[in-house]
Design a protein around this ligand. Structure first.
Ligand SMILES: Cc1ncc(COP(=O)(O)O)c(C=O)c1O
Length: 459
């Protein structure tokens, strides 16, 4: 039965609050200039609404904080490990679960174990750390999302789907060089767009034909499963945990950041079926993360993740979560601000290339828009475009597929009036987008440059 009222009711009351600090526009202009126009370099107290990421920034529940008190810090075989293991396997019944301090540690271990120069790893779209960890081994990272997934304005219910023909063609040519096929659910770098079960089954069939394993980059598995229950024929009203288990059943393993859907402030894991590979991964884990029953985590973190895993598949929570992201997207749409269509699960992505046509990709329209949002209203978003993906391993630069600014919504953290303020600021900045400058990079590292590069406005 549809609800008779439209208002989004947050499925929680606020029990503990954090203050926000208000700066003037002049103060913000000075802060961002001092930060080399890199929003990662700001002091977080100088940000009013922080939409840089949904990673580790969610509000933990009363029950998660209570679970933390159950944390058992035994070095080996802690009860907290068994609580964590049971919660992970309830949704992802892989025989081997390897806890890590966050998602990229799982990626680093997996790719160190299986990738090497001359190899190629396909993904619908690699996230930045996934791409960097593949490339760090000397292997090539290839994005094979469906064509609609590269077009911000194309509407498609499962815009994160893998292009099955392109995957088939790649494997027909180079299966022996492909150690794994990855599918990112939801597709963060492509707009937080979901992947359908039908598509996952198609990927599985191709992987089986060529004898290549399939792993999920599953950070936002619950949001992906919720979209499946909303949009995939045959799954209307299906139980979210059942859909998650169906996704897991199609894969040979997963990498995971518990800082996303499980609403923990830290954590991750690698899970898989293959015994030999699991042993090699555990040996790598011990080198850098820790003993296999805690990985890079404290017992209390394992407890918070286990509780978060139970909460993030709750239907009331997911309805609120996905509706509130859509609320922001719909308001921006009504104000003619170009965004990636349809709204993603965890974020709204502004199409900076469309909004700033006078700024070419190599002058970083996404960076320009992100800086302007901070200067105007203290809103911190994240460039996902040529700054993030334009630097190739050989040091040359090319435009990314899209130039976006991601407004990622931390889970259970901001209220509707915060979001209304964001709508007002974005609409104002968009109305004067033609006056925003391009940027040039004055300093950058060889990898993952968006975190530390310094910029200067052009002109
Ligand atoms: C799709 C995806 N994969 C991997 C990661 C890496 O996870 P972590 O930040 O925990 O290292 C992220 C983080 O944002 C992500 O969105």
């Amino acid at each position: 039965m549809p609800e008779p009222y439209r208002t989004i009711v947050e499925p929680f009351r606020i029990h503990s609050v954090e203050p926000l600090r208000f700066l003037t526009a002049d103060e913000r202009a000075a802060k961002v200039r001092d930060a080399g126009y890199n929003l990662f370099d700001l002091h977080a107290d100088d940000v009013l609404i922080d939409l840089l990421t949904d990673s580790g920034t969610g509000a933990m529940s009363r029950d998660q904080w209570a679970a933390i008190q159950h944390g058992d810090e035994s070095y080996a075989g802690s009860p907290s490990w068994f609580t964590f293991l049971a919660a992970v396997q309830e949704l992802f019944p892989f025989p081997h679960v390897i806890p890590t301090h966050q998602g990229r540690a799982a990626e680093k271990i997996l790719f160190t174990a299986i990738a090497a120069p001359g190899m190629v790893v396909p993904n619908n779209t690699h996230f930045d750390t996934t791409r960097a960890n593949v490339e760090f081994t000397g292997a090539e990272a290839v994005d094979l999302v469906i064509p609609q997934g590269r077009d911000p304005s194309a509407d498609h219910p499962f815009k994160g789907n893998m292009d099955l023909d392109a995957l088939d063609a790649l494997l027909a040519d180079r299966a022996a060089d492909v150690p794994v096929v990855m599918v990112t659910v939801t597709n963060n770098s492509g707009g937080g767009q979901p992947v359908s079960l039908e598509n996952l089954r198609g990927v599985r069939a191709i992987c089986d034909r060529y004898g290549v394993p399939l792993f999920l980059d599953a950070c936002r598995f619950a949001e992906n499963a919720w979209f499946i229950t909303l949009r995939e024929p045959g799954y209307e009203g299906a139980s979210v945990p059942d859909v998650v288990r169906e996704m897991a059943a199609l894969a040979d393993g997963m990498t995971m950041s518990a800082k996303k859907d499980p609403m923990a402030n830290i954590g991750g894991w690698l899970a898989l079926r293959d015994d030999d590979l699991a042993e090699r991964c555990r040996n790598l884990l011990i080198l850098t993360e820790g003993f296999p029953t805690y990985g890079g985590l404290a017992g209390r973190d394992l407890e918070a993740i286990a509780q978060g895993l139970r909460e993030c598949v709750d239907e009331h929570y997911l309805r609120y979560r996905i509706r509130s992201t859509a609320y922001l997207a719909e308001a921006l749409d009504a104000a003619d601000v170009p965004t990636v269509k349809p709204a993603g699960g965890h974020a709204v992505y502004l199409d900076a290339r469309a909004l700033l046509p006078h700024v070419p990709p190599l002058a970083y329209p996404g960076q320009s828009l992100a800086v302007a949002l901070y200067e105007a209203g203290g809103i911190r978003g994240c460039e996902i475009g040529t700054v993030m993906f334009g630097l190739r391993p050989d040091g040359t630069e090319a435009p990314a597929a899209m130039d976006l600014v991601r407004l990622a919504i931390p889970r259970r953290t901001y209220t509707q009036s915060h979001v209304d303020y964001v709508i007002e600021v974005v609409t104002d900045v968009a109305s004067r987008a033609s006056s925003l400058p391009g940027y040039r990079i004055v300093e950058q590292p060889a990898q993952l440059r968006h975190f530390t590069a310094r910029f200067e406005p052009l002109g």
